[in-house]
Design a protein around this ligand. Structure first.
Ligand SMILES: Cc1cc2nc3c(=O)[nH]c(=O)nc-3n(C[C@H](O)[C@H](O)[C@H](O)COP(=O)(O)OP(=O)(O)OC[C@H]3O[C@@H](n4cnc5c(N)ncnc54)[C@H](O)[C@@H]3O)c2cc1C
Length: 486
């Protein structure tokens, strides 16, 4: 009988998962003088670096740049013609470091954080066991905290024939190096819309199958309408209110047939399912600490798992806001809270022992840019969300073509902007923009919403002439001139 040798190590903090969030937790606690180790099963840098944010944006950048250039008189003639898909893939591959994590290894090395490669599992309070790729075993004990930062994975619905049909998930959609002639995209959320935009521009005929009545349902309704209209105008087939019942790919090769409710079929060369995310918590030892395997982890505002005084869940895994920037924000908060508690900064009986370290922006000021064409960007509450939350609000809408900078940015610029104003306090609860290049407008809105800048003060934040940001003046004027419905 072979006896397993377990190597025991002790650190102040053990981080499970080295995506952007885990990396930021170790960076923050290390900066506070604590020792930390990080465990990674695949590539340091996580889903974001190799199969999500970075490759998707590398695929989309030439798409959006070409689209913008085509709206500039004198330039448009220079950019007709197809994208060079091989060049786009080469740039994408370079952006993701050719799916190698040497850069991240060097960085962790430079800050003195040891990396344990392999699948990690919690093994009772403050302990993490790691099964390495060469059969080695390590047990890491944390003096202060274990932070679970293991992200999420794509969900495939339980449809007949789906697994055998080898569907694309976000991983294949961001890493494929061949343009399918016909791509069927199931799902109208951010991943579905971005990937439909990219692959359509790369040359696929795209059919989108969306169960709801519009694209990007978490944003203001006018956003999804504009994005669908633009996709259709470019030749994509966008169908809403349809439900997929089965998927067939004979023998696992050849074309794939998607069967809709009612029996209609749609054929493609590939089918992408962009139908949501699930936590990767089914096999990380949660049962050893009384938590439910397979569940999202509930946390307080310091990102500490409910009912524990040592376990943190940061990033996608806590299901608060599945975005890299929001996860990194949480990582900075969690790291600071762990350091404050390690320093004796309050006991667990204190209702807020982390003091100022609370991830409040997760509740009311999450910014998101969707890199489709036109771009969509929103922060805070939509009008419907604000009303549901019981706020007395007014929506202020502006057609962005009324801004001088918009006409200069793109001939015939089409875009829309909305502010949701809290009428009690005269501060912004939310802002939404759709149109070329609006992603870069968003941070001003994020500052205004997060800092609760009074509308009267916003008049003193003067946008440069002639930029797209002058939309802020149009929005303030519309608010000033509008009748208060109360
Ligand atoms: C197609 C796509 C595009 C996206 N684009 C954007 C975007 O533009 N902007 C944005 O803000 N967000 C975007 N997102 C969301 C973003 O990718 C996630 O919010 C982000 O990756 C979450 O970071 P994380 O560190 O929590 O998890 P991840 O990035 O998933 O990293 C988790 C890490 O933990 C490791 N791990 C998991 N289980 C274990 C285990 N048991 N032991 C050891 N290691 C383990 C994994 O291998 C992985 O490396 C996109 C998502 C998708 C799918």
């Amino acid at each position: 009988m072979t006896r397993t040798v377990e190597n025991e190590h002790e650190y102040d903090v053990v981080v499970l998962g080295a995506g952007p969030v885990g990396e930021n937790v170790v960076d923050r606690v290390r900066a506070a003088g604590l020792t930390a180790a990080i465990v990674e099963a695949e590539l340091l840098g996580g889903e974001c670096s190799y199969w999500a944010c970075m490759p998707s944006k590398a695929l989309l950048r030439p798409v959006l740049a070409r689209s913008d250039a085509r709206k500039v008189p004198g330039l448009r003639e220079a950019v007709y013609g197809p994208l060079d898909a091989l060049d786009v893939f080469a740039h994408r591959d370079e952006t993701v470091g050719h799916w190698k994590d040497d850069g991240q290894v060097d960085w962790l090395d430079s800050i003195g954080v040891p990396v344990y490669r392999g699948h990690g599992r919690v093994r009772g309070p403050r302990r993490v066991a790691v099964d390495g790729p060469e059969g080695e075993h390590h047990v890491l004990t944390a003096r202060h905290a274990v932070a679970v930062c293991i992200g999420s994975r794509a969900v495939l619905p339980p449809l007949p024939g789906l697994t055998g049909a080898r569907p694309w998930t976000s991983r294949e959609a961001t890493s494929a190096d061949r343009v399918p002639g016909r791509l069927v995209v199931v799902g109208g959320g951010v991943v579905g819309v971005e990937m439909a935009t990219a692959w359509h521009a790369l040359g696929s005929h795209v059919t989108m199958l969306v169960r709801g009545d519009r694209l990007l349902p978490r944003m203001e309704p006018f956003v999804g309408e504009r994005v669908a209209e633009a996709l259709r105008a470019r030749g994509a087939d966008v169908r809403t209110g349809v439900s997929v019942e089965a998927v067939v790919r004979d023998g696992g090769t050849g074309p794939v047939t998607v069967v809709l409710e009612g029996g209609e079929t749609v054929e493609g060369d590939e089918v992408l399912f962009a139908t949501g995310r699930a936590p990767r918590t089914d096999d990380i030892g949660l049962e050893t600490v009384g938590l439910e395997p397979g569940s999202w982890l509930d946390v307080d505002d310091s990102l500490r798992v409910t009912g524990t005084d040592w376990l943190y869940a940061v990033g996608d895994v806590n299901h608060r806001a599945l975005l890299t920037h929001q996860g990194k924000y949480q990582a900075r908060i969690a790291g600071a809270a762990i350091a404050a508690r390690a320093d004796g900064g309050g006991g667990s009986e204190d209702p807020a022992p982390w003091g100022p370290h609370a991830a409040t922006a997760d509740h009311a000021a999450v910014p998101q840019v969707v890199f489709c064409d036109p771009e969509a960007a929103a922060v805070g509450l939509s009008l419907a969300e604000a009303e549901r939350a019981g706020h007395r609000v007014r929506a202020v809408d502006v057609d962005m073509s009324s801004v001088a900078g918009a006409g200069l940015y793109a001939h015939g610029y089409r875009g829309a902007a909305r502010l949701v104003v809290d009428l009690e306090r005269e501060v912004l609860l939310g802002a939404t923009f759709v149109g070329p290049a609006v992603g870069e407008l968003l941070h001003a809105a994020t500052v205004a919403v997060t800092a609760e800048v009074p509308v009267s003060r916003l008049w003193h934040a003067v946008p440069s002439y002639p930029t797209l940001s002058e939309v802020w003046l149009r929005l303030l004027e519309a608010y000033r001139d509008g009748a208060d419905p109360a």
